[in-house]
Design a protein around this ligand. Structure first.
Ligand SMILES: [Zn+2]
Length: 66
């Protein structure tokens, strides 16, 4: 889903909002102070994983049954 991160220019609060249509960007307001002076951030905190090496069994806490 197109979730963008915004930063408020008034209270410097960062929040994420769901942008489905392009017109939704004009209606983005800060959830803290309700200001419209928000700027979209390029970096996304979620889905930013690096170092995932393919192959090998994942570490599990399942010990031998006994
Ligand atoms: Zn704000």
């Amino acid at each position: 889903m197109p979730i963008y991160e915004y930063a408020c220019a008034r209270c410097a609060k960062s929040f994420e909002t769901l942008i489905i249509r392009r017109s939704d960007e004009a209606e983005v307001a800060c959830p803290a102070c309700g200001g419209r002076e928000v700027s979209r951030q390029m970096s996304r905190p979620a889905a930013a994983r690096t170092g995932s090496d393919g192959g090998g069994a994942p570490a599990r806490g399942c010990g031998p049954v006994g």
